[in-house]
Design a protein. Structure first.
Length: 150
């Protein structure tokens, strides 16, 4: 399969039915995207496909052929952090950090489609699970990122 990940097109030698998450981690070596539940519930594995958030544990890699895949490693523009990453740092959101790459990818997609989300919008869109309970920090950092310039 030929996959385009973070702007780089590459041939990947994997069974097309392999979940995209494992191809990203094992074949391509980008380990920022995490495995949590494997059944599309926790959001730890969230990446963007053509700008939309997708739980990569639950789609076959073949579904992403021809699309633009973005992982947490590709979210910043060179050395310039994405505004969500910056808000996360400024607001000290992560605890253990395990869920946070998926959380950040989900939030980046939300702010693209809804630049000024309300708390209700956030609750509806960000269903990622954080075992450390960073939900309040996440919400505050989303509002902080929404106020920041792109
Ligand atoms: S690992 Fe994909 S949603 Fe939990
Ligand atoms: S920061 Fe630990 S699971 Fe979310």
């Amino acid at each position: 399969m030929r996959l385009t990940i973070n702007g780089k097109s590459q041939d990947v030698d994997a069974d097309p039915t392999t979940p995209l998450l494992w191809v990203i981690r094992e074949n391509v070596g980008l380990t920022g995207t995490k495995y949590g539940c494997g059944v599309a519930q926790c959001g730890a594995c969230t990446v963007h496909i053509n700008g939309l958030p997708v739980r990569s544990c639950s789609i076959p890699a073949s579904a992403a052929v021809g699309a633009k895949i973005t992982t947490i490693e590709g979210l910043a523009s060179g050395s310039k952090l994405h505004k969500v990453q910056k808000a996360w740092l400024d607001h000290d959101v992560p605890q253990c950090g395990y869920c946070q790459s998926g959380m950040i990818m989900a939030v980046a997609a939300l702010l693209k489609s809804n630049p000024k989300p309300t708390d209700a919008d956030i609750d509806a869109a960000i269903t990622n699970i954080c075992r450390c309970g960073t939900f309040q920090q996440v919400r505050e950092a989303i509002h902080m990122a929404a106020k920041a310039a792109a």
